[in-house]
Design a protein around this ligand. Structure first.
Ligand code: SAH
Ligand code: SF4
Length: 413
């Protein structure tokens, strides 16, 4: 799918080094190949069928990124493979610890110079709960949806990732953890990009992650977060395995959600919640609703009541997250007392909630931050124009007026 930003982003400085992209198109990443395709490839060069199995063991067992790590293959075959496929689509990966080591943010540079990031979050064992190591991955470089409080949204859309670029983030984190004799336990699509606007590579990636011949992770340990792409939610549900669906809700009233999640102009909130309800009913998995609270914008008792009405019926759980001030907005996080009051109103309506104080900010907002930092500060004039526009749009939304701005590009179909 191709999407373009609705207006040229002042931050679109991601150094797309096109001179490095081969004219015949990029060399495919090895991790994006299915066992079937690998079998056909092996047969096409006259190799026995078990070679595909050996290559898969190298990619998913040994987590190889260099030909010499494919130890079970004859040297000539290793060379042929390395000439036709990239063993690692991440040209470089820079790890930066944060949060006293509990979080590691990783900035990856792709073959064409585009920057993306992934975040590893470590959760120590607590009581009877085992330790967990969760990886937050990107599905696109930048994002065209343009939620105004999100650093990735401010960056704008750069390009879709392919399946190998998504999967190589997982292999990178799995190697990092293996060095410490730890294991990756969860994967969440909450990094840069809107996963369900890049559906084919994302669905190919979740298939590889759950395939016992490849990464072999249980579907319950994989969360797909969406800002509300209804056909994508329905496709996820139709897969049947119990993936966790997270919906970035942020507001229950259409005029306000049109501003906070511009995709709402294409798929209004009631349609999104109907699809999420069906997901919960069909898979038996509770939906997570993410709500980033912004002072005086979406945190009023009226907003809490509208959300309670929308979500009544026990199919979901709400995560309340104070806005992390990473994008250039005129807004700030709601005070904790306001968040608690909001939580109480939802709880009174029987809706389970969690308030995420710190780590939630990391999950929700740290993704997108590193690459945005690299892109540099936008011009002051562009920042003030953006702030003025958001003040005007949110004021109109609070008066109940629907936005007349079109839905983000790429969502017309
Ligand atoms: N595009 C997808 C997944 C990536 S964003 C989506 O929007 O669901 C992951 C989560 O972080 C989303 O819920 C998003 O709304 C939230 N988020 C983005 N910027 C944030 C900020 N500044 N503060 C708090 N949460 C933020
Ligand atoms: Fe895109 Fe999600 Fe950020 Fe919205 S919150 S701009 S959908 S990455």
């Amino acid at each position: 799918m191709t999407t373009t930003p609705t207006e040229p982003s002042p931050l679109l400085l991601l150094e797309l080094d096109r001179s490095r992209a081969p004219s015949s198109g990029p060399v495919p990443g090895l991790s994006g190949l299915t066992p079937e395709t690998l079998g056909e490839w092996a047969a096409s060069i006259g190799q026995p069928g078990y070679r595909a199995r050996q290559i898969l063991d190298g990619v998913w067992g040994a987590l190889a990124t260099r030909p010499e790590e494919l130890r079970t293959l004859p040297a000539a075959l290793r060379d042929t493979l390395a000439a036709q496929f990239r063993l690692d689509t991440l040209e470089s990966s820079e790890v930066r610890p944060a949060d006293g080591g509990l979080t590691e943010k990783v900035l990856h540079r792709l073959g064409d110079g585009a920057l993306i990031e992934s975040v590893v979050m470590h959760y120590p064992a607590r009581g009877s709960r085992r330790e967990r190591h969760t990886l937050c991955i990107s599905s696109q470089a930048g994002c065209g949806v343009g939620c105004p409080f999100c650093a990735t949204g401010e960056l704008g859309f750069v390009r879709d990732l392919d399946a190998a670029e998504i999967l190589d983030q997982v292999r990178h984190a799995a190697r990092l953890l293996r060095e410490r004799e730890r294991r990756l336990t969860n994967v969440v699509f909450m990094g840069m990009g809107e996963p369900l606007l890049n559906p084919d590579p994302v669905f190919a990636a979740i298939e590889a992650l759950t395939d016992p011949r490849r990464f072999g992770m249980g579907a319950r340990h994989i969360t797909v977060s969406t800002s509300g792409v209804v056909p994508g939610i329905r496709r996820l549900t139709a897969l049947r395995p119990q993936f966790t669906l997270a919906v970035s809700l942020h507001a229950a009233r259409d005029p306000l959600r049109d501003v906070l999640v511009p995709l709402n102009r294409r798929w209004p909130v009631a349609e999104v919640v109907a699809a999420a309800r069906d997901h919960a009913r069909i898979t038996g998995r509770r939906v997570s609703y993410e709500v980033t609270l912004i002072d005086g914008i979406n945190d009023t008792p009226r907003d809490a009541d509208a959300m309670a009405d929308l979500l009544r019926g026990g199919h979901g759980h709400v995560n309340l997250i104070p806005m992390n001030p990473v994008a250039h907005t005129p807004w700030r996080a709601s005070p904790i007392e306001t968040i608690e009051a909001f939580a109480e109103r939802l709880q009174a309506a029987g809706i389970p909630i969690t308030i995420r104080r710190n780590r939630g900010q990391d999950i929700g907002a740290a993704c997108g931050q590193l690459a945005a930092e690299r892109a540099g500060e936008p011009a002051p004039a562009a920042v003030s124009r953006r702030r003025e526009r958001l003040v005007a749009e949110s004021a109109a939304a609070l008066r109940g007026e629907r936005s007349t701005t079109p839905a983000p590009a790429g969502t017309e179909g």
